[in-house]
Write a protein that binds this ligand. Structure first.
Ligand code: MEV
Length: 318
């Protein structure tokens, strides 16, 4: 049996992070320049249930039986076994690698989980629907992130730009005009679990005021939807700055992120904001097509540890 290989992209949130945890809509796009991969190699001569997990990026090389049952990889595998009603895996080696920055708001955990689920279910001859893969990944996301909204697993499983509202069917965005986005890593970690938990504490102290902030962010996201589809960069840029203002009210910004946002805008970005959990991690800038390079250079000069430019291309429904 040949090795089976599955890949899942990173993601970036354009509008609506944090508010989406409270039921508001958010917009996210896949980022194909970074990805997670999972490879399944059958062990022909191994006995039953000899499963080895290798993830050299995080120095993991272990038998599955030695992995804590609550480890996200063990949980992802258990989710697969439950979904396809299998007691145990045949002997195999599961190799995992990723170029998606960890704890940076680019969906590294969801992408790794989805790559694992796809590779294993394909290997076992039981491929699942995209929606089923996303639902299994959501269960693993809860271990990573506490109370996630589900946006990461949805955008990464479907690999499409989308408007996502918890509990509602996803809405794929059919882009009519391309837009260019520069993503910059602040180099500071952004553990989504703790930023989401901190926002929850704020909300518990004053639910009425914070519900209003979430609603304002939700309104910004809904205004951004037609602007993104039409490539109306002026409107998008303004909405990004407004969204950033409300993220600052949620105390998830940071001096470094704000320095990067100012640097991008001074270099010609039409708008910029933090993206993902915040406190660190990434910010994103909307760039005129001829300005992507100067904006990248300005972000690096302002201390970004990595920049990735991605173009949201015109695409029909598929
Ligand atoms: C994390 O990528 C985005 C947050 O809104 C959390 C979530 O939606 O689960 C901060």
């Amino acid at each position: 049996m040949p090795a089976i290989y599955a890949k899942a992209p990173g993601k970036i949130i354009l509008f609506g992070e944090h508010a989406v945890v409270y039921g508001q809509p958010a917009i996210a796009i896949p980022v194909n320049k970074v990805s997670a991969t999972a490879r399944v190699l059958p062990k022909i001569s191994g006995g039953k249930n000899q499963v080895r997990i290798k993830a050299s990026d995080v120095q993991l090389d272990t038998a599955l039986s030695d992995l804590d049952k609550n480890h996200p990889i063990a949980v992802a595998i258990q989710q697969v076994l439950n979904a396809i009603e299998l007691d145990q895996l045949p002997s195999l080696t599961l190799m995992i690698s990723s170029t998606i920055p960890i704890a940076a708001g680019m969906g590294s955990s969801a992408a790794i989980t989805i790559a694992i689920i796809r590779a294993l279910t394909d290997f076992l001859g039981k491929p699942l629907t995209t929606e089923a893969i996303s639902a299994l990944a959501f269960e693993v996301e809860k271990i990573h992130h506490g109370t996630p909204s589900g946006i990461d697993n949805q955008v990464i499983a479907h690999q499409k730009p989308m408007l996502y509202s918890p509990g509602k069917p996803i809405e794929q965005l059919i882009i009519r005009e391309p837009t260019h986005w520069v993503i910059a890593d602040s180099g500071e970690e952004s553990p989504t679990k703790s930023t989401v938990a901190d926002v929850r504490k704020l909300h518990a102290q004053d639910p009425e005021s914070y519900d209003q902030v979430f609603e304002k962010i939700g309104q910004i996201t809904l205004k951004a939807r037609p602007a993104l589809i039409a490539g109306d960069t002026g409107t998008l840029g303004q909405l990004m700055l407004e969204n950033q203002y409300f993220l600052e009210q949620l105390a998830v910004s940071s001096p470094k992120l704000e320095k990067l946002i100012s640097a991008a805008v001074s270099a010609g970005a039409i708008g910029a904001k933090l993206s993902g959990g915040g406190r660190g991690g990434n910010m994103i800038a909307l760039a005129p097509s001829e300005k992507t390079q100067p904006i990248e250079a300005a972000l690096l000069a302002a201390g970004a540890t990595r920049v990735i430019t991605t173009t949201l291309i015109k695409k029909g429904r598929d």
